[in-house]
Design a protein around this ligand. Sequence first.
Ligand SMILES: Cc1ncc(COP(=O)(O)O)c(C=O)c1O
Length: 380
Amino acid sequence: MNQLDPTTRVIRAGIGQETYGDVVAPLHLSTNFVSAKFGETPVFDYSRSANPTRALLGRAIADLEGGCDAVVTASGMAAITTVLEAFTPAGGTVIAPLDGYGGTWRLLDAQQRKGLLKLSLVDTSDLAAVAQACDDTVKLVIVETPSNPLLRVTDIAAVAELARARGAIVVADNTFATPMLQRPLELGADIVVHSATKYLAGHSDVVLGAVVAKSQEHFEQIAWWSNALGLTAGAIDSYLGLRGLRTLRLRMQAAQANAAEIAHLLDAHPAVSRVYYPGLPSHPGHELARRQQDGFGAIVSFEVADAAALAGRLRLFTLAESLGGVESLISHPATMTHASMPPDVQAAAGITPGLLRLSVGVEPIADLVADLTQALDEIA
Ligand SMILES: Cc1ncc(COP(=O)(O)O)c(C=O)c1O
């Protein structure tokens, strides 16, 4: 099995392994498991600590990421919380991206206010800025690449080198790229986190997260903390996550092919003042993304004069939070995903009132192009 492509292994994960030879690994709802021998703990004893359905999904995600194992958490924020608890000693400095997901910023900011950590917000696509921030109090460096919502691209290998010199742990949020397009552990990161709610599960029907460790030692710390905090995912959610994960490759291929066309359409339209997509040669992270990624992904952000007017004219790009499902969505970061950031923090991150973010789905491209074109033409 090991010489197979990891995607093949994930598609086939669990086939025939259960008592009745199920082709699809069954859903283990049991919260607790029989102790066959007094005084001996079975592999699975209580589902908060470990559950067979969740463990199968964790191994599948780790396989795609090239990690040793993964803990599947109740959400992406639960994954980030687990990492912060496991690897940030009280008062330690955490470097985090200036323009990362708003919920990540909200958590880090709140923890800083409680005196639990010191937050250093940096444009991690700027290596000189990362080098300057990497003093000897740094314990954790979080990179989110491409970033949400401005698709900034961070050089994971270079940041990992800077962080390693300080003994800090590097955590990569790989939600946007997914392991189909980028494997941060191969580039030097220690930990990968996911909002598996997005592409990994892929159908906008489950909130889920994952923490993937490169080393067994880190995996054990993560597993310990996720159990202690009670942040692990439920069995039904894990089952849905695994069902979605099996088609990740196909979905990413279809969605990013659509996204590339849409990015070019937006780039050429007079109603659009700026497009953020790493696949465009004009994007500042284009060359790095070519080297570091196997594709440019399916999120495209752009600026127009009147974001509400455009969103209101679209029929297929549904105005909604989240991303990474098979359906196309549009969101307004300033009032939606990044609303928890006060205006000055949004401004520093580059989030403007005219910024819109598309999660391009897998619908036939002609329909998406027609919808966007009619809406853009009306506001031009
Ligand atoms: C890049 C990124 N990381 C983490 C999260 C948090 O994940 P969740 O919503 O599953 O808690 C999100 C959510 O949008 C995200 O976009």
